[in-house]
Ligand binder design. Structure first.
Ligand SMILES: Nc1ncnc2c1ncn2[C@@H]1O[C@H](COP(=O)(O)OP(=O)(O)OP(=O)(O)O)[C@@H](O)[C@H]1O
Ligand SMILES: [Mg+2]
Length: 256
């Protein structure tokens, strides 16, 4: 029986902008099981990033509930949320926010150092991850001395260094060339196969979404479709993504 890791119930999110209320998430119900690999697709402005931020405790919902494992996040004090975030979730965003004054190795070690682990304890895992993403000979480079794709690989290593149960990625390959994107996509699947990590990726990349076992389509603040592909465990293959979801993965038009 799959065990739920993220349970989102009747989630709404509104922003007040220039005195007017803007309803961005309009009642989202979503269950993500341990070990799931899920693409979230949909037009620009549909609310994908907002949903990801709420699940990741980076933003507070207006109404509704989010459960992460056994923890009910709703109403939890921010210090406790930060601790859960640091321990359970790895973030990979398009603009990866590496710390410019630290080198690649130090950036990857950082989540552990923040938790009070020693450099000696963090260095081994950080080096191993950087080797896995092909950056062994770039560990002493600062972000400004790395290419965009290399920076994203450092950010992915940083997201993984504490072996989080959940990875939340927002257009992680949004500004990479197709070969580098492909390599990053493969890395996500490999991480899931190797460590059983649950992965939720917002993407406009058609090919990547199609390769996912589950594709959730958002439209205008709601979940529009949610398709899971039946497959034998460990047998990757093309996903049965409906043409509509496929079209939306590449769409970038705001719905009125
Ligand atoms: N802080 C905010 N204040 C007001 N409106 C906001 C705020 N953040 C987001 N929005 C609005 O909420 C809507 C959803 O934004 P969101 O970033 O979730 O979209 P998205 O689906 O991720 O789009 P994209 O594919 O372009 O990244 C947008 O119309 C945006 O303008
Ligand atoms: Mg977005």
């Amino acid at each position: 029986m799959p065990k739920p890791l993220v349970v989102v119930t009747d989630l709404t999110k509104s922003f007040v902008h220039m005195g007017r209320e803007l309803n961005v998430l309009k009642g989202i119900d979503l269950v993500i099981d341990e070990g799931d690999v899920v693409a979230i697709v949909g037009p620009s402005g549909a609310g994908k990033s907002t949903l990801l931020h709420c699940i990741g405790t980076l933003d507070l919902p207006t109404k509704g509930r989010i459960k992460l494992g056994d923890d009910e996040l709703t109403g939890m004090p921010s210090s406790k949320l930060a601790a859960i975030r640091n321990k359970t979730i790895g973030f990979v965003f398009q603009f990866h926010h590496l710390l410019p004054e630290f080198n690649a190795l130090e950036n990857v070690m950082m989540p552990g150092l923040i938790q009070g682990k020693s450099r000696r304890e963090m260095e081994g895992p950080a080096r191993a991850l950087l080797a896995e993403v092909g950056l062994t000979d770039r560990v002493t480079h600062r972000p400004g001395e790395l290419s965009g794709g290399e920076q994203q690989r450092v950010a992915l290593s940083r997201a993984l260094v504490l072996s989080p149960k959940l990875i939340l990625a927002d257009e992680p390959t949004g500004n990479l060339d197709s070969a580098t994107s492909e390599a990053m996509h493969e890395l996500f699947f490999e991480i899931n196969r190797k460590h059983g990590t649950t992965i939720v990726v917002v993407t406009h990349n058609n090919g990547f979404a199609q390769a996912m076992p589950r594709v959730v389509t958002m439209r205008d603040g709601k979940i529009h479709t949610d398709h899971r592909r039946e497959r034998a465990v460990g047998a990757p293959g093309p996903a049965a993504v409906p043409p509509e979801a496929e079209a939306q993965a590449g769409a970038a038009t705001t719905e009125a």
